[in-house]
Design a protein around this ligand. Sequence first.
Ligand code: PLP
Length: 375
Amino acid sequence: MNDLLQTIEPVTLMGPGPSCVHSSVLDALAKPTLGHLDPDFIRIMDAIKQQLKTLLHTRNALTLPISGTGSAGMECSFVNLIEKNDPVLILINGVFGMRMQDVATRLGADVDTLEFDWGTPVIVDVVQKQLSKKTYKLVAVVHAETSTGVMNPVSGIGSLLKNKETLFLVDAVTSFGGTDIFMDDWGIDVLYSGTQKCLSCPPGLSPVSFSRAAVDVIEARKTKVPNWYLDLSLIMNYWEGATRAYHHTAPVNMLYGLYQALCLILEEGETRVFERHMKTHLQLVRELDHLGIRMHVDAACRLPMLNAVCIPDGVDDADVRTRLLKQYKIEIGAGLGPLAGKIWRIGLMGHTARPENVEKLIQALKAVLPPLRDR
Ligand code: PLP
């Protein structure tokens, strides 16, 4: 192996993603590469579609992983559904809601936004009021806002849109695999995620799922999807049917990795996986409290998999993160945008969500932080 690779040492990934990857997923990535139309590979593709449907609790036929990271899933969702001047409502309480606004605006949509304080959730009543004033083609929200550590009330927003023509689009990049998602019951029409968070697979794929209503919208488009690579009407021909048509060369080994990562979640059982996320989150909150470190977000809407913690006064943000990485081989995340320098983002995602990792981080923080009495 080349020397640059030989020097890589394992890091306990406790930031906003990527998360730690199970050894069996790394083994899967190293399996021999097959041709992207090989029947054995197509069997794996079909199994992944079924696994995703099971874990998302959806019957959507159009459920598959897009080649590319979570942002590719975001781009794919908007580019297939939006045409110029389509009225769109984006609910924003962090960086990733803002990114949705950017993506929709670039496509020429007529974008309205409702903005909520960073660190607080979207308020369903405010959304309801806005929906009574104007009809939208699509309403979009981030389920787990990774930039602030807030869980948004997706099922409540979905109830507002039931039996309406408006499509409901949800970013589940950070939530999928770490907490409940009932895509069909919650009235979600379009969802995208990413592999590198609670699915505990390296970055590179973005599971997406589109309801029948969303597919009808795609089929009724007046204009061509303005992006060839993410055009689902073309991608579908590779992922569906008895004969598969080449679209682009699938990232074969990444898909082996995703298959194995999904197998692990299904084998452990999703309820137990979610309980493990919640238990380690509560352990972290307790231990941080003993160190005099407060959480940024109210308990009622905290994410279990992404903990936004207030950097104590007088503590040097970058110095602590650098020492954790260099001396203890632990990565935690910095704050983004207005929260830069104010919070750390501690990820307990997927395989990372284990009591021994919380313990390891707490011991390292004890060594790195000035004692409580000196702060
Ligand atoms: N949406 C959310 C909520 C995210 O947390 C991220 C990444 O952190 C993305 C979208 C973009 O995903 P990626 O960085 O994999 O492109």
